[in-house]
Write a protein that binds this ligand. Structure first.
Ligand SMILES: Nc1nc2c(ncn2[C@@H]2O[C@H](COP(=O)(O)OP(=O)(O)OP(=O)(O)O)[C@@H](O)[C@H]2O)c(=O)[nH]1
Ligand SMILES: [Mg+2]
Length: 321
């Protein structure tokens, strides 16, 4: 590892917020040497619990995150927040908005907030988010909260990789359940009906419970449905207790972690291979030449891909024999 990375990792370990921010930026943008840095950082991970908070735009995710973070801190825990912003290619805009929403926790010593743009995440949003989460874990955060609207597969993958998924619904959005993207409902560990100060919250609770009953008619995994008014803090303490209770009961469940790790290793491997092949074929215009051949119908895309991976294929097949 180069001196620059070494210094940053050391400073981060000693608690430097500046080094932490810098490291995150460098890993996020995949600066050369990032994997070596992550290898070292990984040794310090595995202590933080990751919570995914997702729900439609404006449902109160940031307000709720702010409130619950305050309670975690009150109980002596240190919290990292990753807010994923779907709209802006730049994280600064998102940061300002989230800082406004999270005003009671911004500036607290034990809280670190980071915004990430969905667009332009190098190496895929899910992987980039997991890397940032690991750095926060290594930094010593007890809890890492990831906030995302859960639109699109990328964002669903982000929450899937957490230890516990909280899905927020709100009354007054027509059919509240319809507002939740397909694929999100299935991964919820806890449902929260926020804005319970508004009319119709009980109705949404019933709708969700009915949906759970229908879905799980054969068995009862008992996904809790809680009501909150994040704006006033109502119900947040109960939500936190539920989250901690569920996290504790899963403490020894290694299967989930194994599944996540396996998925992560495979995704990393795919990207590494793709990078290698891309780099090789971009050199000396090999790819451009192949494209021209295909264009002239002197070759086809399938054969090009076969020859792209041929050297790897023979090596890997030899290896396993
Ligand atoms: N009435 C009411 N308003 C709330 C409640 N929680 C949040 N809000 C308001 O809802 C609006 C959106 O809140 P946010 O916390 O920014 O929601 P979000 O889900 O993070 O929004 P995005 O990140 O933009 O998707 C803000 O004006 C909040 O003040 C609540 O419990 N009751
Ligand atoms: Mg928000």
């Amino acid at each position: 590892m180069t001196n620059k990375w070494n210094m940053l990792v050391d400073q981060m370990r000693q608690g430097s917020i500046r080094a932490l921010s810098k490291l995150i930026t460098m890993v996020e943008s995949r600066e050369p040497g990032w994997t070596d840095a992550m290898k070292v950082i990984f040794k310090d991970t595995g202590k933080a619990r990751m919570i995914g908070i997702t729900g439609p735009p404006g449902s109160g995710k940031s307000t709720l995150t702010d409130q619950i973070t305050r309670l975690f801190v009150k109980r002596g825990m240190s919290v990292g927040i990753i807010a994923i912003d779907p709209s802006s290619p730049f994280s600064s805009g998102a940061l300002l908005g989230d800082r406004l929403r999270m005003k009671s926790t911004v500036g607290l010593e034990n809280v670190f907030i980071r915004s990430m743009a969905t667009r332009g995440a190098m190496g895929g949003l899910s992987q980039a988010t997991q890397d940032v989460a690991k750095i926060l874990d290594a930094f010593g955060k007890d809890i890492v909260i990831i906030e995302t609207v859960g639109a699109g597969q990328d964002e669903i993958d982000v929450v899937k990789a957490t230890d516990l998924v909280v899905v927020i619904c709100v009354p007054g959005q027509g059919d509240a359940i319809q507002a939740i993207k397909a694929g999100i409902m299935e991964i919820a560990d806890i449902f929260v009906v926020n804005k319970a100060d508004r009319e119709g919250a009980d109705h949404v609770v019933l709708d969700i419970k009915n949906m759970l009953d229908i879905r799980d008619s054969g068995y009862k995994p008992s996904v809790p449905v809680l009501k909150t008014a994040a704006i006033s803090g109502e119900g947040i303490e109960d939500l936190m207790d539920k989250i901690l209770e569920m996290l504790n009961s899963r403490q020894r469940d290694k299967t989930q972690q194994e599944k996540h790790l396996k998925e992560e290793i495979l995704v990393l491997m795919e990207r590494e291979i793709a990078c290698l092949v891309r780099a090789r074929w971009s050199r000396d215009g090999k790819l451009d030449a192949a494209v021209k051949e295909v264009l002239e119908r002197n070759n086809d895309p399938y054969s090009v891909v076969q020859s792209m991976i041929a050297p790897l294929k023979s090596k890997i097949e030899c290896d396993t024999e």
